[in-house]
Design a protein around this ligand. Structure first.
Ligand code: PLP
Length: 287
């Protein structure tokens, strides 16, 4: 079965899917995106992802390419046409196609929209979660508006590639004060020796992850001790547990940071429990 992508009003073969050379996403990274998990034939937390898409678009003064209901319809169509039961659906909106010029294009230029979906292997994800991942620290070098989910991901690409070359799966950005901000494509968490779950507040330095929000609700429901504050790389190295969250990885235990073993070197009990409970806390909408 060939894969299908949605590009500006048309469902096309994935291999033929293309945008114009003067699409502002292509030339200026002038666009935003969202990634939703597809789990057992359901879209996970779609309303929250579309709320955040709305926020990103508003911050950059890009119009919706079509109504929110139409976007939901297309997401479902692309998932169905690619027969994805477990995987990810990706949506990207850019400021559209126009003669290359830094200024915003004329009012009549419509935003561009691309939607793709792909399957993932739940068994592989489970195996990874049972083992845990290694993360590698990297100096924070992104612009201050990381609260907007823009497609300008070059710093994230470089950080994650660095992590990979050091044998890690994820990079943890560390700011000039020595505090971990977040991962290259995940939010960062630790569990202290006293059992407090700690993650940085979303007010600055991080993207307010949807998975992060759901996990915060879970933590409250479970009555766990929680601190929303910055934590340093040193504190992370001494922590009982560490983990990362994102739609693409859900809750993923971290067992090594910069080559140093965290806790007993195995996925922690808190991270494992939050991963198990995660589905009970999400909004699931049938595809
Ligand atoms: N932080 C960054 C930089 C990300 O790119 C992502 C996801 O792509 C996240 C955090 C996690 O966000 P979410 O849980 O909404 O997937």
């Amino acid at each position: 079965m060939s894969r299908i992508a949605y590009v500006n009003g048309q469902y096309v073969r994935h291999g033929d899917a293309a945008v114009h050379v003067e699409d502002r996403g292509y030339q200026f990274a002038d666009g935003v995106y969202e990634v939703c998990e597809v789990w057992q034939g359901n879209i996970v937390d779609m309303p929250r992802h579309l709320d955040r898409l709305n926020r990103s678009l508003t911050e950059l003064r890009i119009d919706w390419p079509m109504s929110r209901a139409a976007v939901e319809f297309v997401l479902r169509q692309v998932i169905r046409r690619n027969r994805v039961r477990n995987g990810l659906v990706y949506i990207q909106v850019t400021r559209g196609v126009s003669r290359r010029d830094h200024y915003f294009p004329p009012e009549d230029v419509a935003p561009s929209i691309v939607v793709t979906a792909r399957s993932s292997n739940p068994d592989a994800a489970r195996a990874q979660a049972e083992q845990g991942i290694a993360v590698v620290s990297y100096p924070e070098n992104r612009w201050p508006r990381v609260d907007i989910k823009t497609i300008a991901l070059l710093p994230n690409v470089l950080a994650k590639q660095h992590a990979k070359e050091q044998g890690g799966k994820e990079a943890w950005y560390v700011d000039s004060n020595g505090y971990v901000t977040e991962g290259g494509s995940t939010n960062a968490w630790i569990v202290t020796k006293d059992g407090a779950v700690v993650t940085r507040a979303a007010e600055s330095g991080i993207l307010r992850g949807i998975t992060r929000t759901v996990v915060l609700e879970l933590i409250e429901k479970e009555g766990l001790t929680f601190e929303e504050r910055p934590f340093s790389l040193e504190e992370a190295l001494e922590a009982k547990e560490a983990f990362v969250t994102a739609a693409s990885t859900v809750v993923m235990p971290v067992t090594r940071v910069d080559g140093r073993i965290i806790g007993n070197g195995h996925p922690g009990t808190v991270a494992t429990r939050l991963r198990e409970l995660f589905r009970t806390a999400t909004d699931l909408q049938a595809v």
